[in-house]
Ligand binder design. Sequence first.
Ligand code: GDP
Length: 338
Amino acid sequence: MNEPLKIVLLSGGVGGAKMAEGFAFSRFSEQFSVIGNVADDQDFHGLWVSPDIDTLTYTLAEEIDTDKGWGLQAESSRVLDQLKKLGADTWMYLGDKDFATHIYRTELRKQGVRPSEIAAKIARSYGVKTPIILPTDSCIQNKVMTDSGWIDFQDYFVKHACRPDVLDFKIAGIEDATATPESLKAIEEADLIVIAPSNPVVSIKPILSVPGMTEALMNASAFKVAVSPLINGETVKGPADQMMKVAGYRGDVIGVADFYSGLIDAFVIDQVDRSAVSELSASVEHVLATDTLMFSRQNKIRLAETIVHVYQAARQQGCCSGYSSSHLSSGSGRKIAV
Ligand code: GDP
């Protein structure tokens, strides 16, 4: 019997968690793990909030509020209402049950427990089997430059609802960050590394920018696949298309491929962007156009299994050429059956 495939997903919050759900509930879940983004973390009411890691945890625990794509189901806001009454700034919605996660995390951080261990403890308590790995235990934070100067990412994203013009980005603390041994091990041992359809600029870049992380990915023997978060030049949700332009890339699949240039072996785009396949094939070895819009459990699993199929077909092609398909084309002119 073959060893289960070791699959590692690099993920942000909402878009990444959908992809994580696809793998975690597929037949490839056994050796599946996720490296999540911690650069959206911020302090609220003296508590350390880690939105993307919590979105992954709650999604994989099947307790996510599926309407919003974040937060817990069946929430109430009694704590937030009381904080408002006391005059606190309450623009960041934190539900009562969710508050418990932040209180627990903050308490353990004060005791000196490693953030990676805290994330693992929380995931275990929620019954999540998939390892949710932090790329770093150091504090790194996305900052956004607007007309009024540098502001915290959540201020831009939630408080100002992405309205201010973004002039620049930075990840505070990134130069001094250290990659966790868990993330480096997962990357080194992986057969397949998938970059989720997450915001490249503020969700994936903070993972790739942890010193040593991109090198680890480049050196890894794994097959690397990215899934585009942009469909027909637009985001499904959020400001990724605009952010890509500010970061100097096109706000479409060509821009996403440029962003991951040199890092990926295969690129999965939505079928509506099918006309870009030949242009993309000049820079990425394998390009697949398929349905990438994830809404049901079923089509999340289908996309995850399609990605594994791309990997298997490419590996097989490496040893025995002659596959053909109208779906997947490769830069070298080869075709892979999917
Ligand atoms: P955030 O950290 O909560 O903003 O979440 P992510 O960075 O993980 O995901 C945001 C990105 O996910 C956006 O750019 C969306 O376009 C993308 N996204 C969300 N749902 C889907 C989907 O079903 N399919 C694809 N292809 N992209 C999606």
